[in-house]
Design a protein around this ligand. Structure first.
Ligand code: OGA
Ligand code: NI
Length: 397
């Protein structure tokens, strides 16, 4: 079903008023970014880092052409320590990666703005398909220095290439093929992750269920004041697993032990980012990656992120095979649609939405009576069980 001419025009008009395209601002050649794009000092890039003597200079790279045991070992380590890694020799045709970057870039750089706006998404509804930029809402949040095009690709019932750009002529075919290749790779990676944590091969994929896949092409125009802005604010992805390719312009950063590490683009590799539902399913043994994108003054940057999420109706909980008396559940179960709604209402703010599902250790041990006990509760964080509060007083929650 294609969008009727009239509904396209309506969306275009609505969105031209509501949203400013970053690319337009960048092309106007201003020397200073508008105030809506200026991050508060503690969120700006390159702020003082942890004291670690020499932070690592890239995420691990896992070679998928090795034998399975070594792949499992390396993936297990990367998922525990980073939540992010490159895969190389991944089997996805390199020509398809090149074409995907090329059609994405062509939409942003060659399609005239009025034509681009024909594909404007409905920015008042979350994750709507099409051409978008973050909309200014009155909640004190800062705008990202980024425009994007979001494609709904899986299940097939959501895929309608008529809603995607028609130029260049191979655009729609490339996105459809890319979607299929990413789905297969995501499934393969979840299989390795299940095996590496001691679960049956299909365990994590079964817990996620049918993939809901979106492909987002992000375009980060050059920014006159990169030290004040972010291309994309710090967050972890909310679904199960994200596969990302980028061009040769660096900008993606992942948080590792308090340091922002810039992911050095590795030609032909695919970046794997673990997302929040995988952290819940693995009961926190594998961590979702907290990441952000920075901008630069010289060159536009392009990335293509492919998100694999559960259905909105799917209930996600720690896998029962990982729960025992000595390894209690760390997260409450959540219906994925509720997780998404709270993410959109409260914003990402690092990993706060995941932290909100943490189970108090006392709550678990005492079956809900912990709130009334004098001993202060403890809380599990990614750094282990931690005292939550040392002073007396009311319940903190
Ligand atoms: C995202 C994301 C990073 C990038 O789209 O969720 O984190 O480098 N993108 O574009
Ligand atoms: Ni992300």
């Amino acid at each position: 079903m294609g969008l009727g001419e009239s509904s396209i025009r309506k969306e275009t008009e609505q969105n031209m008023e509501a949203v400013t395209r970053v690319q337009r601002i960048a092309e106007a050649g201003i020397g200073q970014v508008p105030p809506e794009y200026i991050q508060p000092p503690d969120q700006r890039p390159n702020k003082p880092m942890s004291e670690s003597p020499s932070p690592p200079n890239n995420i691990p790279a896992v070679d998928l052409s090795k034998e399975s045991e070594s792949i499992q070992d390396e993936i297990g380590r990367a998922c525990r320590e980073w939540g992010a890694f490159h895969v190389i020799n991944h089997g996805v045709p390199l020509e398809l990666l090149r074409q995907m970057r090329s059609v994405g870039r062509s939409f942003f750089e060659e399609c005239p703005m009025p034509d681009k706006l024909k594909y404007a998404c409905d920015s008042s509804s979350a994750a709507s398909e099409g051409y978008g930029s973050k909309m200014l809402v009155n909640d004190g949040s800062v705008l990202d220095w980024r425009d994007y095009f979001d494609h709904h690709t899986l299940p097939l019932s959501r895929r309608n290439p008529n809603r995607w750009p028609e130029s260049p002529p191979n655009y729609r075919r490339v996105v459809a093929e890319y979607s299929d290749e990413m789905e297969a790779l995501a499934e393969k990676l979840l299989k390795y992750m299940s095996e590496s944590i001691g679960l049956a091969s299909s365990c994590i994929k079964d817990a996620v269920g049918e993939f809901y896949q979106n492909i987002t092409v992000s375009f980060y125009p050059p920014c006159p004041q990169p030290e004040l802005t972010l291309g994309l604010q710090s967050h972890s992805d909310m679904g199960a697993i994200t596969l990302l390719i980028q061009d040769d312009v660096e900008g993606l950063q992942v948080l590792k032990d308090g340091d922002w590490i810039t992911v050095q683009p590795l030609a032909d590799a695919i970046v794997v980012l673990l997302a929040d539902q995988t952290q819940i399913i693995t009961n926190g043994e594998y961590i979702s990656s907290q990441h952000q994108a920075i901008t630069n003054a010289r060159k536009a940057r392009l990335s293509v992120a492919t998100f694999h999420d559960p259905a909105k109706t799917k209930k996600i909980s720690p896998s029962s095979a990982l729960i025992s008396e000595s390894s209690p559940p760390r997260y409450r179960g959540v219906v994925y649609g509720d997780y998404v709604s709270s993410w959109y209402t409260k914003g990402p703010d690092g990993k706060r939405n995941l932290d909100a599902l943490l189970i108090d250790k006392m709550e678990y041990l005492c079956d809900g009576v912990a709130a009334r006990i004098e001993v202060r509760s403890t809380k599990w964080t990614t750094n282990g069980w931690k005292k939550r509060c040392t002073t007396s007083g009311g319940d903190e929650r």
